[in-house]
Design a protein around this ligand. Structure first.
Ligand code: AP5
Ligand code: MG
Length: 190
């Protein structure tokens, strides 16, 4: 059996989006990326986008209540009923608690948190390369450093949080995309 209610956790540039897309295709479950949803809101100029934009450009987190609302609405859609791969949410203990009570109301639980570890030099290299290809506003060196600082301070505590719950799998995120995908696949076996 393979766990299908998943969370990919890791610093910026760890490969969460890359691996979440592969898992979504492979298992026919939706990839739920709050970063992608927020960028779409910014591009569309919605109220949410208006509130998130400057924070995202600085590499700060968007307030919990806004992000929890976005994630809860997405998780409530039919295609997430049999599984999902969360990418970039939750990112604070408050978000993790909100997710837990949300799933609990449907008698469900997160089955695996895959924590991806990548060293800082590789993060900066990957994201500066992506800056040239995609032009994401937060992919410049100063903002990348701030995103890493925010990750260490506010998101890394979730590693211990999910370890305590007994669903943590720690995976080396260095190496090729295929190598990392194979390690994640192993980590999802139940
Ligand atoms: P978000 O969009 O989640 O960005 P992030 O966490 O900084 O991570 P990235 O998307 O940059 O990296 P990734 O781990 O997905 O790696 P990827 O696969 O792209 O969040 C952006 C902002 O939105 C936040 O700063 C915050 O403001 C806000 N936000 C979002 N969610 C929030 C929340 N829950 N609460 C509050 N605020 C929130 O890979 C990176 C690059 O490396 C790519 O070019 C890729 O092709 C390449 N790559 C991938 N794997 C490999 C590999 N194995 N080897 C070499 N290159 C690789
Ligand atoms: Mg991403």
């Amino acid at each position: 059996m393979i766990a299908k209610r998943l969370l990919l956790l890791g610093p910026p540039g760890a490969g969460k989006g890359t691996q979440a897309t592969r898992l979504a295709e492979r298992y026919g479950i939706p990839q739920i990326s709050t970063g992608d949803m927020l960028r779409a809101a910014v591009a569309a100029g919605t109220e949410l986008g208006r509130r998130a934009r400057a924070l995202m450009e600085r590499g700060e987190l968007v307030p919990d209540d806004l992000v929890i609302g976005v994630a809860a609405a997405r998780l409530a859609q039919d295609d997430a009923a049999e599984g999902f791969v969360l990418d970039g949410f939750p990112r604070t203990v408050a978000q993790a608690e909100a997710l837990r009570s949300l799933l609990d109301r449907s008698g469900l639980q997160l089955e695996r948190c895959v924590a991806m570890a990548v060293d800082e030099g590789a993060i900066v290299r990957r994201l500066l390369l992506r800056a040239r290809v995609e032009g994401r506003k937060d992919d410049n060196e100063a903002t990348i450093r701030e995103r890493m600082r925010v990750y260490r301070e506010q998101t890394a505590p979730l590693i211990a949080y999910y370890r305590t719950q007994g669903i943590l799998a720690e995976v080396d995120g260095m190496g090729s995309v295929d190598e990392v995908a194979r390690r994640i696949e192993e980590a999802l076996k139940t």
